[in-house]
Design a binder for this molecule. Structure first.
Ligand SMILES: [Fe+2]
Length: 282
């Protein structure tokens, strides 16, 4: 019998990497980076051996997919924002066994899913950015789940998330954490916006809706939030259509979940989008 020790919604904005480098953006994302470090420290204290990331940068057009290669290593450049993340070297151990158990549990629960261990699939930056700050020493094994589900129902992602938890608690012999790696509102700034807009929201409407959502999160009103999630995902241009959030809340019991979040990095705007690091208490 395994244990789910920590759950969180996390940012992965590529300006965190720029923040490390000399230049005009040096230090600009220190709060988000420190938030990741803190979540990493908490995972270590809780004895987490494997981090499962619902990665909104892994696009899939059919099915649910788990990248559970035995080892991840490479030098990554973002094809979407190559001027933000380039030549990022990484190396992490994987967990093929847990990945297979997640797919097995999901299939048993009626959500067809595939685990890929013998694969040349690489990690996307929804996994690579947080792992850089939480897991720079490769302490945690990493499993990445496709969270940009283009033609999927949020209800199925809820059920997939519940299966992830069941796999961890009923099938796995170890301790895991799960992260929904994606933004709140996700409407980028228009092309050609000034460089200073890297710290601005693209439209005040999105910030105001995000603020209301965070009020609901901070008082644990998941019933209300989940009633608005489908429309929130559409109107606020949810990253990966917010399937990462549906998976996370599915793992936590959906509208039976009642705990307020613990904000680790307060809300901030990044390149037009709304971002946060928040732990969802178990
Ligand atoms: Fe993203």
């Amino acid at each position: 019998m395994g244990r789910l020790a920590l759950a969180a919604k996390i940012t992965h904005v590529p300006s965190m990497y720029l923040s490390e480098l000399p230049g005009p953006h040096h230090g600009c994302r220190e709060a988000a980076i420190e938030g990741h470090r803190e979540i990493g420290r908490r995972c270590r204290a809780l004895g987490v051996d494997t981090i499962v990331v619902f990665d909104t940068h892994w696009l899939v057009n059919a099915g649910y997919h788990v990248n559970c290669a035995p080892r991840f290593a490479g030098v990554y450049t973002s094809n979407e924002l190559p001027h933000f993340i380039k030549n990022l070297a990484y190396e992490y151990p994987g967990n093929s066994a847990l990945g297979a158990l997640i797919a097995e549990a999901a299939c048993e629960d009626g959500i067809p899913a595939r685990a890929h261990d013998d694969t040349s699939l690489d990690l996307e930056y929804g996994t690579l950015v947080p792992m850089r700050y939480m897991n720079g020493d490769g302490h945690f094994r990493v499993v990445s789940v496709a969270g940009w589900c283009n033609w999927h129902r949020l209800e199925d992602s809820r059920r997939f998330g519940a299966s992830v938890r069941r796999a961890i608690e009923q099938k796995y012999d170890g301790t895991a954490a799960i992260f929904a790696s994606g933004s709140l509102s996700h409407r980028f700034n228009d092309n050609g916006s000034p460089e200073s807009a890297i710290h601005e929201i693209s439209d005040e409407f999105f910030r105001q809706v995000d603020m209301r959502v965070l009020q609901l999160w901070e008082r644990g009103d998941w019933k209300t939030f989940l009633r608005m999630l489908p429309e929130y995902a559409v109107r606020c241009v949810g990253e990966g259509h917010m399937h990462d959030t549906a998976m996370l809340l599915g793992a936590l019991g959906w509208d039976a979940y009642d705990k307020p979040v613990e904000t680790i990095t307060p809300y901030f705007a990044s390149s037009g989008t709304g971002q946060i690091n928040a732990i969802f208490p178990l």
